[in-house]
Design a protein around this ligand. Sequence first.
Ligand SMILES: C[S@@+](CC[C@H](N)C(=O)[O-])C[C@H]1O[C@@H](n2cnc3c(N)ncnc32)[C@H](O)[C@@H]1O
Length: 275
Amino acid sequence: MDLAIKELLLEATTILKEANIPSPAKEATLLLQHYLQKDQLYIMTNQDIIVKNTQSYFDLIKRRAKNEPLEYITNRVSFYSQEFYIDNGALIPRPETELLIDEVLQNISDKEQQLTIVEVGVGSGIISIMLAKHLKNAKFIAIDISQKALAVAKKNISQFHLEKQIELRECSLLDCVDEKIDYLVSNPPYIEDGIELESNLSYEPQNALFGGRVGDEIIKKLLDEVLSRKIKFFSCEMGYDQKSKISSYLEESLFDSLTFYKDWSGFDRGFTLKV
Ligand SMILES: C[S@@+](CC[C@H](N)C(=O)[O-])C[C@H]1O[C@@H](n2cnc3c(N)ncnc32)[C@H](O)[C@@H]1O
């Protein structure tokens, strides 16, 4: 069916509205921009232009109506003011993870240092990529257990031309790292297994979300590694309710300091352990 842009948007907005998608008109426009590969100005100023073969556009609208995240449909996600490739092999970056990047950068006073930084659970690559952009002399080893996530990270690393700075490795935790690590960073899965999540989260890789029976198992394994390898710095994102469990886990251990940071809503969101 051929339709003018304004008719197309009206129909698509109605479908999204009926499916209770928030901001249906905005999302219908964003998906049309993606479908036509045009910017918003083009859509706004060409409302009478006829679009042919609209079925493929409505296929995208139907996916969104089933609550598939917009980012997986458009294969684009914005993080820390940058555009990244994304697909359902990797977690969609969350805005609060920007705070983890700020946390690491704050702890590294000399940004010219030649450090070895390891990231466990690289996912789409956003953390290592953003850090590498700020720390030009640091070498990154970015690990994930998921081949699909590593494929997404690889695309993004090449989009930012950071292949020489970031090396990807497939393994669990630090099993594939023998090198001395100066800084460990991670946004690991930290949700308790079996918790019922909103339907849009069912599209995301479940091993990126669930961290074990209690939820903090991977964080604790990383803490063990940090202490036994005497890694000087470890910054990690965590669940809003995991602060006391992490503090008590470390009660008997020897380290320099443990500080927690909050997200923009005032929830505990992560910590840095200095050994
Ligand atoms: C919460 S996601 C974080 C992705 C990305 N770093 C971000 O912040 O958006 C966690 C990632 O850890 C990976 N992962 C889960 N268990 C792991 C393990 N034992 N070892 C290494 N990576 C693991 C998942 O595949 C997933 O990509």
